[in-house]
Ligand binder design. Structure first.
Ligand code: FAD
Length: 421
């Protein structure tokens, strides 16, 4: 695979940036300058760690369009009625207080020769090191009949916030005995257990509020993360409510019609009341515009998350192609700490520790019925490689499941404090 070292700019926005007489953000006033694009699990953590640990020796700018970041993690619990939307919203004031220069704008282009990032608002920011953590975008045409213009009729709710609230409103408005459909994504995608935790939380809501309603899942995969645990939980709590149609039964042969509100699975047309379409994913577009992806994901070096294309450009979290870690908030946060340590070392000569990573993905199946899967990882020349792992067992006691759920609550408080201060 080869990458061209040249200028990449989104054409339409590049034109507006030129017209708007771009303002140049002062880099670091003589200090090295790190620019972070994307203030989510990877980007917010990296920005905060570099700013906090460098004692003011490195200037850090974070570019993030939203003023409130809604975590995808625990957004399914909002659908299930276990959280309010405010519980999963976080502002950037803590990062600003840590010394990060927070710029609320979209990055729309990266010139890797000039080492600048252009902004939708017309400005330009120069960098010594650039960290991209823009999350995911959807692959065009991945689900026949669906594109972004259909996201109000058939929400994805795979970037949290207004989409999540919309899906919840549609769930609440379902007619008695109605049908909720989900089109599940192919691998690799953000949060492997996420769609199935969502099915559980939707089932929990419906069991309490609309018990004769049904859930259909069309899935292009033959198996999925924590499958045995979810299937056990669905049988225990939601018997007869969930129809999961895997690849073996035509679950991958699916199309939707958002105006007719129908889903066609392996030739069979079903009228649905709510349809949650989760299309195939790829790296956030700015990674592509920076020319550091292979068309889908950004290949990175495990030791520091620098891209294979450019040693001064790093990609974290969902957008990266790093090896064995799942695309999760925990993974992005863990990768961000390794990257922050390496970037600080490269810019100031501070000590760089060996790259170690960890991840746990918790899922809630029903009230106090939490399960988890996790692993530790290390950097090899080739990839981030799994060292050892663990997973909840089927048939665990209610006490163990409750303790697992409580552990996930503690993790949520911890990771959001780690990201936002
Ligand atoms: P994000 O956290 O999505 O951050 C990307 C940020 O970049 C966004 O704020 C976006 O606004 C910004 N951005 C994008 N493009 C630009 C641009 N051009 N310019 C400036 N900013 C830009 N993970 C877990 O660990 N545990 C869980 O329990 C869990 N549950 C989940 C449940 C669901 C339903 C979903 C959908 C995901 C879940 N995840 C979970 C996965 C987790 O949310 C993601 O893996 C994680 O957020 C990835 O971090 P990131 O930094 O790569 O991207």
């Amino acid at each position: 695979m080869s990458f061209n070292r040249r200028k990449f700019l989104g054409t339409s926005v590049a034109a507006s940036a030129t017209l708007a007489a771009p303002m140049s953000y002062a880099a670091g006033h003589g200090k090295p300058h790190v620019v972070v694009v994307g203030g989510g699990a990877g980007g917010a953590t990296a920005a905060r760690y570099i700013a906090n640990d460098s004692n003011g020796d490195i200037a850090v700018t974070l570019i993030e369009p939203t003023r409130t970041y809604y975590t995808c993690f625990f957004s399914n619990l909002y659908l299930g009625g276990f959280k309010e939307i405010e519980d999963i919203g976080h502002s950037y004031g803590g990062l600003a207080a840590s010394g990060v220069n927070v710029v609320h704008d979209w990055a729309v282009g990266v010139d890797r020769d000039a080492k600048t990032v252009s902004l939708a608002g017309g400005g330009e920011v120069s960098y010594d090191k650039l960290i991209l953590s823009p999350g995911i975008d959807f692959v065009d045409g991945a689900v026949e009949g669906w594109d972004l213009s259909a996201q109000n009729a058939m929400p994805h709710a795979y970037k949290a916030g207004s989409q999540t609230e919309l899906l919840k409103a549609q769930l609440m408005a379902m007619p008695e005995g109605g049908t909720f459909a989900m089109v599940a994504p192919p691998n690799p995608y953000r949060c492997p257990p996420g769609p199935y935790e969502r099915v559980s939380m939707v089932a929990h809501y419906l069991k309490e509020n609309n018990p004769t309603a049904k859930i259909i899942v069309a899935d292009p995969k033959e198996k999925f993360s924590k499958m045995g645990l979810f299937q056990e939980g669905w049988a225990n709590h939601y018997e007869g409510m969930i129809d999961w149609i895997g690849a073996d039964f035509g679950g991958g042969n699916v199309s939707v019609d958002p105006s007719a509100m129908t889903v066609t699975i392996d030739g069979e047309v079903t009228n649905v009341d709510v349809c949650n379409v989760i299309p195939a994913m790829k790296a956030g577009r700015i990674a592509d515009l920076a020319g550091v992806t292979d068309g889908n994901w950004a290949p990175v070096n495990a030791i520091d998350m620098s891209t294979k294309a450019d040693a001064d450009v790093y990609v974290l979290g969902d957008s990266s192609q790093q090896g064995d870690m799942p695309k999760s908030g925990f993974s992005a946060n863990s990768q961000a700490k390794v990257c922050a340590n390496a970037v600080r070392g490269a810019l100031t000569g501070s000590r760089v520790f060996p790259a170690k990573f960890s991840n746990t993905c918790w899922s809630l199946i029903n009230t106090n019925d939490g399960v988890k899967v996790g692993a530790t990882y290390e950097a090899t020349d080739e990839k981030i490689a799994k060292v050892d792992g663990f997973i909840s067992a089927t048939g665990e006691t209610a006490e163990v499941r409750q303790a697992t759920y409580e552990e996930s609550e503690g993790w949520y408080s911890g990771i959001t404090a780690d990201m936002f201060g």
